[in-house]
Design a protein around this ligand. Sequence first.
Ligand SMILES: Cc1cc2nc3c(=O)[nH]c(=O)nc-3n(C[C@H](O)[C@H](O)[C@H](O)COP(=O)(O)OP(=O)(O)OC[C@H]3O[C@@H](n4cnc5c(N)ncnc54)[C@H](O)[C@@H]3O)c2cc1C
Length: 245
Amino acid sequence: MYIPYVANTGWHALIQRLSSLTPTIAKPLSRGRITLINTVSGLQLLIEFNYHSDDRDRVRHMNAVCRAVGMLLSPEVRPLWHTAISIFRSDRAGQFNNLSTTNAIRTGAVATLLDFISAANWPILGMLTKPSVDILKLAQDEDALMEFVQVSFSGPGRHAGTCRMGATDDPDVVVDPEGLVYGVDALRVVDASIMPWVPRGNTNILTLILAKKITAAIGRDFVSRFAHNISRGSCRLTNRAVSIG
Ligand SMILES: Cc1cc2nc3c(=O)[nH]c(=O)nc-3n(C[C@H](O)[C@H](O)[C@H](O)COP(=O)(O)OP(=O)(O)OC[C@H]3O[C@@H](n4cnc5c(N)ncnc54)[C@H](O)[C@@H]3O)c2cc1C
């Protein structure tokens, strides 16, 4: 579990006055599922994240939110902020993200209001987000905390492992260590879906590393087929390219 502090994530005056603590479970125990469904309009994909299907994740998440509240209310951090809101949804605030003069004027005006009229903080920020209860209540009322965690939770975007890489004796694996799909000739999968488990860290670099590894395997495969065909005498050299027949 980790609690990143995120600030300065946008260009406009309002976002520069906002920051967040986002309690995150790095190694979830819950498992999602992808199902192919046969419908009249063809095959459809049903994606179920099942984020809190393992109750231990919900408990860890509640614990993480409590810790974040504890940090905010600590004597060291409390003097650093004016208004803290536990939010269910933040999408309304996203309307200002588009780079435009209108948004610059609107966010500048709202930011100035926030700076000079502290009583306006709650109603304004509440309008832009979907606020839940006061953070102090979250720390003191377990039911409120549980409701907040259940409704506000969204995943960290590290979807992985729906087409796992592994050894043949594992019934749940789909591809071998070179990305080749078991039971299908010459088909490889190269993306985050082949990760054997959901990694603790960010997945983008890991996906690139996987791509590099599988590309090397494809290169080795090509060279060995090429050498094999040369030895069989079925390789044709042209003035532009080499074709393997
Ligand atoms: C909101 C969000 C934030 C994230 N933030 C971070 C972060 O900060 N750091 C980090 O490391 N990771 C982050 N990730 C995770 C990271 O983006 C992914 O792990 C990574 O992109 C996975 O790469 P991929 O190749 O498996 O899939 P993708 O990057 O999703 O690539 C799949 C590609 O396939 C294409 N495609 C889909 N269907 C078809 C089709 N039928 N035909 C042809 N093309 C198709 C798509 O357009 C897409 O280009 C984030 C993910 C999300 C959702």
